[in-house]
Design a protein around this ligand. Structure first.
Ligand code: EPU
Length: 440
């Protein structure tokens, strides 16, 4: 198995192009199931999770043509374009072997059910960052009139004819449940209202594509009975959608990871192909840490410049739904806080078990304690290279970042987690001066 050898790096300097967003690409790829014909996507990152989605789509009957640049090209802005040809008749079973490796495979359920009136999709199961049930997905599809049963590890979903629009309130603005329910509702009869829906940029990117396909969707806000502002997504079902083309939004989590790496190494970075508004809260936090952060929009596209000329200061964060601090940057932020003077708190409010990186960071010499959903980091710590293990994607990237400031050599194992979500991570970091090498 491959692992990364990371050595202490002075400061990251240079320019990188941010890849297309993994978490936007996966729902977009599955949304193609909603319409027969040729769908074209560009800026799709070349990642393990994307290839797992292709495998499932091919199994369901789609033909996929990938135009990929298999080698790292620093100048390439949009690496991969993909054409998915969706047949008139789809296979409507997603078997365990194809679903178990990637939780996002559950996103084929809504499209298959609404198009075929029947779908059998394996339950994705739990994962390292928490239980991650799919009850909101199931409840939402039931409210659209489908009959869903759990049978031998599968969700067996049926409807007598087209799904029927309904009003529903999500208990929590789940990203995946919102996406699955929207995709089911676009071909339902009548209108569907999802109250307390997720409006993460990746959900909005999906909506943009669905609208290009002919869907009728609007996003608004409302104030609930406790006077809390919430988001509502209204979908007026249409009879048929048509295949279209789309460029995937930039990966805000990849961008955030590089910005944090720049901040903690005292670096000087330019990020191209980003959408600064998607990083709003994170950019503010980086400024408060003492970094210079500038957004340039002169060419109609955003670039972010980060200059870190003083040591980072201790700062608390709490993960929240968008536009709050993203849970997918929590582990990386924590790695940075090991270098800040004083105590900082990191509260995880989205997942119940997303602190698996803490024992590994402590193995490198960090001083992090946990009290329920809050981590208490005492810094600055002199980290010292050791062998550590990635337990999930973002935990893995926090260990790589810690390795950049640890003395000696850090070996990060189980980097298949990183390959699922960061395109050319080692190449991009090396191009900025990081001492990182993939070894077998
Ligand atoms: N939840 C339920 N029941 C459900 C659905 C969710 O209890 O039916 C709970 C989850 O257990 C979790 C919380 O609700 O505690 C939020 O889960 P959500 O459904 O919003 O997350 P997701 O759709 O499973 C996506 C991203 C994650 C990202 C989260 C939160 C994709 C493919 N995955 O997951 O990305 O952390 O939203 O923003 O879009 C990653 O990229 O490393 C990653 C884990």
């Amino acid at each position: 198995m491959d692992y990364f050898k990371v050595q202490k790096t002075v400061a990251l300097n240079g320019t990188i192009n941010v890849s297309g967003a993994k978490n936007a690409s996966l729902p977009l790829l599955f949304s193609s199931l909603l319409a027969e014909g040729k769908h074209s996507f560009s800026n799709i990152p070349n990642l393990e999770d994307v290839h797992l989605s292709f495998k499932l789509l091919r199994y369901l009957g789609c033909e996929i043509e990938i135009n990929t640049k298999p080698v790292f090209d620093q100048k390439a802005e949009s690496l991969n374009s993909v054409t998915i040809t969706v047949p008139k008749i789809l296979k409507n079973i997603a078997p365990y072997e194809l679903v178990r490796k990637m939780r996002a495979s559950i996103l084929c359920l809504g499209p298959l059910l609404t198009r075929c009136y029947q779908a059998k999709v394996s339950l994705p199961g739990g994962c390292a960052i928490g239980l991650r049930p799919v009850d909101y997905h199931i409840e939402g599809l039931r409210l659209l009139g489908a009959d869903l049963r759990l049978l031998e590890g599968y969700i067996d979903a049926k409807s007598k004819g087209p799904l029927v629009g309904a009003n529903m309130d999500l208990q929590f603005p789940s990203v995946g449940a919102t996406e699955n329910i929207i995709m089911a509702a676009v071909l339902a009869e009548g209108s569907t209202c999802i109250n307390n829906a997720s409006v993460e940029p990746e959900v909005l990117d999906l909506i943009t594509y669905l609208k290009k396909m002919g869907a009728d969707i609007s996003v608004s806000t409302f104030i609930d009975e406790k006077k809390i502002k919430k988001n509502k997504i209204t979908i007026n079902g249409v009879e048929k959608l048509k295949a279209a083309s789309h460029k995937v939004i930039p990966d805000r989590i990849e961008a955030g990871t590089f910005l944090i790496a720049g901040a903690m190494t005292g670096g000087d970075l330019y990020l191209h192909n980003v959408q600064a508004c998607h990083l709003g809260g994170v950019l503010e936090k980086l400024k408060q840490l003492g970094c210079t952060v500038e957004v340039d929009n002169t060419k109609g596209k955003d670039s972010i410049y980060l200059h870190a000329n003083k040591p980072v200061v201790a700062m608390d964060i709490k993960t929240e739904v968008y536009p709050g601090f993203p849970t997918d940057l929590q582990a990386q932020w924590m790695a940075m806080m090991t270098q800040a003077k004083g105590k900082s708190l990191v509260e995880e409010s989205i997942f119940e078990n997303r602190f698996m990186h803490i024992p590994e960071l402590n193995r490198l010499g960090a001083s992090i304690k946990v009290n329920k959903s809050t981590a208490i980091i005492s810094g600055p710590c002199l980290l010292k290279g050791a062998s550590v293990m990635a337990t999930d994607l973002r935990a893995g990237s926090s260990l790589v970042l810690a390795g950049l400031v640890a003395s000696g050599e850090t070996q990060v194992h189980r980097i298949y987690h990183l390959d699922r979500g960061y395109e050319f991570l080692d190449h991009k970091l090396s191009s900025l001066g990081a001492l990182i090498k993939r070894c077998s």
